[in-house]
Design a protein around this ligand. Structure first.
Ligand code: IPE
Ligand code: IPE
Ligand code: MG
Length: 238
């Protein structure tokens, strides 16, 4: 399959819970429980080298503190529980986002740092988790780095191109997104990987993330395989 990088906007956790008359946090618990199966399926069944998951946006701070608290609690538990699986399977974990933010609790930061450190030498697969991430903020921080490089004379204006700019983004070590899947029926990016999705294929499925399973992943990949990616060019037979 011609797909190196798949990204997921996990969405619909709250509505999944609401449908069952349960608190939104129940949906987050269920949603986070889904991550392992889907990510491993991408790596092991389809040999996709990079998986990126949008876990917490810079705008998600606008939610009630209690919801954020539970979301962080479940994410932390996920890393603690699964870290050995990631180590054993050669999966490198990259937590990408604004991690110096003082609103991120210390214990969460520690677990994140540990997961990154313990998997840093893995090179079979890469699992990016976008955490306190915003696409616009990513482009701004990359632009500021570019400004520094230009002002210090490290690089010349003529050397600035797409390839160079990409190295300054938080996703610098990974390729462009080939396929982005968003669950829950919303059809928008919500500040996810704005630069990296310039030529991505998008699939929006009505399924809430806690219900997204291997079969649905297969359906999405089948759709992707039928897409004609032209990157602005035309095919010889057209
Ligand atoms: C996605 O589910 C999880 C995160 C944003 C972290 P939501 O919590 O956005 O669920 P809905 O969209 O309200 O159903
Ligand atoms: C996007 O989902 C953020 C993540 C999945 C982390 P949201 O539920 O926050 O997005 P909006 O508010 O519906 O656009
Ligand atoms: Mg949502």
């Amino acid at each position: 399959m011609n797909i190196k990088h798949i990204a997921f906007i996990m969405d619909g956790n709250g509505r999944y819970a609401k449908k069952r008359n349960l608190p939104r946090t129940f949906g987050h618990k269920k949603g986070i429980e889904r991550i392992k199966e889907i990510v491993l399926e991408c790596f092991e069944t389809y040999d996709i080298k990079t998986v990126t998951l949008y876990a917490f946006s810079t705008e998600n701070w606008n939610r009630p503190p209690s919801e954020i608290k539970f979301l962080f609690l479940y994410l932390k538990a996920f890393f603690l529980k699964e870290i050995n699986t990631f180590i054993e399977k050669g999966i490198k974990i990259n937590i990408l986002g604004f991690l110096d933010d003082e609103r991120i609790p210390k214990d969460v930061k520690e677990v994140i740092d540990e997961a990154t450190y313990k998997t840093k030498d893995n090179d079979k697969y890469t699992f990016n988790i976008l955490f306190n991430y915003g696409g616009r903020q990513d482009i701004i921080q990359a632009s500021l780095k570019l400004f520094e490089l230009l002002s210090s004379g490290t690089i010349k204006k003529e050397e600035v191109d797409d390839n160079l700019f990409k190295t300054l983004l938080l996703t610098s070590k990974t390729s462009d997104v080939d396929l982005l899947i968003r669950t829950s029926g919303e059809e928008r990016l919500s500040n996810c990987l704005l630069y990296q999705c310039a030529y991505s294929e998008f699939i929006f499925t009505p399924t809430y993330w806690p219900d997204f399973d291997k079969e649905e992943l297969k359906r999405c990949l089948d759709i992707y395989n039928k897409r004609d990616r032209r990157f602005g060019a035309i095919k010889n037979d057209q």
